[in-house]
Design a protein around this ligand. Structure first.
Ligand code: KIV
Length: 281
């Protein structure tokens, strides 16, 4: 009998979703479906479910590591999680987040760090937050042959500058600034754009204003695609801590609690391990 737990974790290759295919999804009737993933088994399940883009988000710091913000997440941590996700996916495009301070300080650092996510981790593309201010970084990363997904509106890495995790673009000036950011990110060469935490009407306006697909999170139904943080969707975030726009599709948290409680009860009562659950000889 084998106890090898690695068997089957590297999924066989399938025809992959490509960056040009995502780029071409602009304006299609059928929106793109993207979710975050941080490990191989989850990536495999999401891929099998038909999720087209897996985002190794720096949200891993909050929903997996229990941090209060994404700011402490390191590039090495994103490399580690991206490798795992790439082992689990067959078909989905893998986009890896550039974490805080891995690209803001200089164009050179941005290119080298984005390169690590492809070269060492196996990602197909990178994502970074910011609009007009990040144009030099986006241009340089794209010029190095690395596809970039932009991210405008609520920017979790700018949590302090934005005064918390607040809906952005509520007044006319802020709306114009977000529209300008979106256009700048497109002009710089991004192939797609996450639009986070804006009124639905602005999500729709940004979507009309750019020629690349918009992928909304808390940005209403009129984007070219939708993304959610997996742990919000499956109930692995404590009650009351999920944003209002999230739809909870499963209560995996309760399933884990129940399974663990049954296990504890069985161990305490001497029911586990039972017959057939022990090595003999
Ligand atoms: O890190 C992340 O999960 C993200 C999504 C919220 C888009 O950037």
């Amino acid at each position: 009998m084998t106890t090898d737990r690695s068997a089957g974790t590297t999924a066989p290759a399938a025809r992959r979703v490509t960056v040009p295919e995502v780029r071409a999804a602009k304006g299609r009737a059928e929106p793109l479906a993207m979710l975050t993933a941080y490990d191989a088994p989850t990536a495999r399940l999401l891929d099998e479910a038909g999720v087209e883009i897996l985002l190794v988000g720096d949200s891993v710091g909050m929903v997996v590591a229990g941090l209060e913000s994404t700011l402490p997440v390191t590039l090495d941590e994103i490399v580690y999680h991206t490798r795992a996700v790439c082992r689990g996916r067959r078909r989905a495009l893998v986009v890896a987040d550039l974490p805080f301070l891995s690209y803001q300080a200089s164009v050179e650092a941005a290119v080298l760090n984005a390169g690590r996510l492809l070269k060492e981790a196996g990602a197909d593309a990178v994502k970074l937050e910011g609009g007009e201010a990040m144009v030099p970084q986006i241009r340089a990363i794209v010029a190095a042959g690395i596809p970039v997904m932009g991210h405008v509106g609520l920017a979790p890495q700018a949590v302090h500058a934005q005064g918390g995790y607040r809906v952005q673009g509520r007044d006319a000036a802020a709306r114009e600034a977000i529209l300008a950011d979106a256009r700048a990110v497109e002009r710089a060469g991004a192939f797609a754009l996450v639009v986070e935490g804006v009124p639905g009407s602005l999500g729709a306006e940004v979507t009309r204003a750019v020629g690349i697909p918009t992928i909304g999170i808390g940005a209403g139904p009129h984007c070219d695609g939708q993304v959610l943080v997996l742990h919000d969707l499956i109930g692995l975030v404590p009650e009351g801590r999920t944003p209002r726009f999230v739809r909870r599709y499963a209560d995996v948290g309760e399933a884990i609690r129940r399974a663990a409680a049954e296990y504890v009860a069985d161990v305490k009562a001497g029911r586990f391990p039972g017959p057939g659950e022990t090595y003999e000889g």
